[in-house]
Design a protein around this ligand. Structure first.
Ligand SMILES: [Zn+2]
Length: 229
């Protein structure tokens, strides 16, 4: 298949960006082995870019990033990596892009503290001002879902559609995060793990003081609209 020059240019630039963002997952210790993945929507085309399956983080290059359609099927546009398969989580990312047009990036990890909350099926309560800023409330739990069909993607979309949070803790599995860009989704994944850890530590020490809903609204509004996020 051939694509317009601006789409080809966007793909080239996004493959570099998505590759570099995977290094952030390693840097912030959100992933081990080959688990975890970042994807980005290609503007102006029904395409996305995602990590290849089963490749070590150290071996990722822009050229190894796989281009697929929004059903997760690899698209051969002469990108030079026909032997690579997209991440096994591609169907979930693709489902999000098909159903949430405002989303430009998706991230999935099994980061320890966030996943520990997911294992207990417990939402992370909004008890930090930075949670008000970034998540606009609690970080919700999504349903238990098995890999292999659209159930993970559906669980992500159904949970996040009714929430201001860009992060969902899929029960017994781990966090998925979204953003208008892949970088924003990575930021949400990093902050999700940070708040999961801090709130866990706080609760170990005693009872937590909730933040009033009106204060959460004003934190979120200021951070998202005034502060320029
Ligand atoms: Zn997973």
């Amino acid at each position: 298949m051939s694509y317009p020059a601006e789409v080809v240019a966007a793909i080239a630039s996004l493959r570099g960006e998505v590759c570099a963002l995977h290094a952030e997952l390693v840097r912030y210790e959100l992933v081990v082995w080959t688990a975890g993945n970042v994807s980005a929507r290609v503007p102006g085309a029904d395409l996305m870019i995602i990590k290849p399956s089963g490749i070590d983080y150290d071996a990722l290059t822009p050229e190894t990033m796989v281009v697929t359609d929004l059903y997760g099927t690899p698209v051969d546009g002469g990108w030079g990596n026909p032997e690579l398969s997209p991440s096994s989580d591609t169907a979930a990312h693709a489902y999000v892009y098909r159903h949430m047009p405002e989303v430009g990036g998706v991230v999935h990890t099994h980061s320890s503290y966030a996943t520990a909350w997911a294992v207990r099926g417990e939402a992370i309560p909004c008890v930090l001002t930075m949670m008000g800023d970034e998540f606009g409330g609690e970080i919700p739990v999504g349903p238990f879902a098995l890999i292999g069909d659209d159930s993970i993607g559906r669980g992500i979309v159904e949970t996040l559609s009714g929430s201001r949070s860009p992060a969902v803790l899929m029960q017994n599995h781990g966090p998925f995060t979204i953003g208008t860009t892949a970088r924003a989704a990575v930021k949400a994944a990093v902050l999700c793990e940070e708040v999961a850890r801090t709130v866990h530590l706080s609760r170990e020490l005693g009872s937590m003081i909730p933040i009033h809903g009106a204060h959460i609204d004003s934190l979120h509004d200021r951070y998202q609209n005034v502060y320029g996020q």
